[in-house]
Structures are given as structure tokens and as C-alpha cells.
Design a protein around this ligand. Structure first.
Ligand SMILES: Cc1ncc(CO)c(N)n1
Length: 222
């Protein structure tokens, strides 16, 4: 049986569920999240996105083919030209200026997660790097879909976090998520059981670091 992305999720089902259905996510969905927790999360996510962009630059460096190189370039461009600009204007709506963003120190959870991804890519190959990135790219799309499937979730102007959910349920993000899953499925189909075991370690580590990122937001920890 060739391995597929679903098998990575199955290898750490408990952690994956703890990430997707985290209290931060539930509170964001039912509008009970403290605005201070969300603001703290938004600020750290700006710093996260900058490191995330560097990870796509690393993916370009690690690309053996022109098609992989183009894909990494698209990813880098999407983050630098679109996502970061969107994030900055979204932060403004939440009372966080660009100046404040530029001067922020990184929380330990941000440092741990982003540098883990970069280190995994540095010591490994493009597949290692993509597996380390996949909980971000696939997880947030799944979170938006999970929130939409729950009766407790409030949509529209009665939820101040509605725009956040809308961003990750957008066709643009959902298409990027599907493209990432397809890319991974093609490569995972070819790996040996020993190689797959290595990849499950990376996937589970990155998933656990996503859980810590939510915790950092909830506790407003630095
Ligand atoms: C921490 C984190 N993970 C995933 C995403 C989705 O891009 C994000 N913006 N932030």
C-alpha cells in the first residue's frame, strides 16, 4: 500500500485532533475568545509568517526541478505579496500598527516552531521540509471546515473573528491546501516504511508545535 497524506495524520491522530479542535479554535468559533488573546496571536502570527516566507525561500534552494522551483517561488510570492499585506491591514483593524509589528519580540512558541521547520528543511530534503510545513498549510484549512461543521460556531457580524474563518475557508487557501496534499501524496506513494517513519516524526513534531502556538495565544505567553 503506498503511503498517503492521510497516513501522516493517522500516525498522530491524538495530536492532530488536539490541534484542529483546540480551545483557542473553539472559542474563536463561538466568539468567546478574549480579544487580548487574539491580538497576541495576531502579532505572533505576523512574525510566524515572516519565518514561513523564509521556509519557502529554503524550499526554492532545496528544489531539484524547475517545477519544484516554480512552486516554491509561488509560495514565497503569495506570502510576501499577499498574505503579509493582508495580515498587516487585518492587524490595523485590531488596533495593532505596522510600527508595533516591526518591533515585536518573538514568543518562545514562535521561535520553537519556525526554527524547527527551517532546521528540518536545512538538514533534510524538500520532502522533509514540506512535511514540516504541512500542518500549517493543511491544518488551518481543516480548522475552517471543522468550525463550519459545528452548530456552536457563529458566523457573520455577531462574531468578531468571522473574517479570520473566512480567510481560511476561501477558495484561494483551500486550493493551496489541496495542492499541498496532492504534492505530498505523489511523493509519499514512493517512500519506504523506514522513510515514512522518519516523516511521521517530523509531522507529529510540527503538529505539537502548532498546539503550542494556540496555547501561546490563549495564555498570552511570551
Ligand atoms: C501558526 C500558523 N500556522 C498556520 C498558518 C496558516 O498559514 C498560520 N497563519 N499560522
Amino acid at each position: 500500500m503506498p503511503y498517503q497524506f492521510e497516513d501522516l495524520k493517522k500516525s498522530c491522530q491524538t495530536e492532530w485532533q488536539a490541534y484542529i479542535e483546540h480551545s483557542f479554535v473553539q472559542q474563536l468559533g463561538n466568539a468567546s475568545l478574549a480579544p487580548e488573546a487574539f491580538q497576541h496571536y495576531l502579532k505572533q502570527d505576523y512574525l510566524f509568517l515572516i519565518q514561513f516566507a523564509r521556509a519557502f525561500a529554503l524550499a526554492a534552494y532545496k528544489s531539484p526541478t524547475l517545477s519544484d522551483l516554480r512552486q516554491a517561488k509561488e509560495g514565497l510570492q503569495a506570502i510576501v505579496d499577499v498574505e503579509l499585506d493582508l495580515h498587516i491591514s487585518y492587524c490595523k483593524e485590531w488596533g495593532i500598527s505596522e510600527q508595533e509589528l516591526a518591533e515585536l519580540p518573538e514568543a518562545r512558541a514562535t521561535l520553537a516552531y519556525t526554527r524547527y521547520v527551517l532546521d528540518t528543511g536545512n538538514r533534510g530534503d524538500l520532502l522533509d521540509l514540506h512535511v514540516a510545513l504541512s500542518p500549517c498549510m493543511v491544518g488551518y484549512g481543516e480548522i475552517a471546515n471543522w468550525l463550519n461543521s459545528r452548530a456552536e460556531t457563529i458566523r457573520g457580524e455577531n462574531n468578531p473573528y468571522d473574517a479570520w474563518i473566512a480567510m481560511y475557508e476561501s477558495d484561494e487557501f483551500q486550493d493551496a491546501m489541496q495542492a499541498e496534499i496532492s504534492w505530498l501524496n505523489e511523493r509519499l506513494a514512493e517512500v519506504s516504511p523506514a522513510r515514512f517513519k522518519e516523516l511521521t516524526r517530523i509531522f507529529s513534531d510540527a503538529t505539537r508545535l502548532e498546539i503550542d502556538f494556540w496555547e501561546m495565544g490563549l495564555k498570552q505567553s511570551d
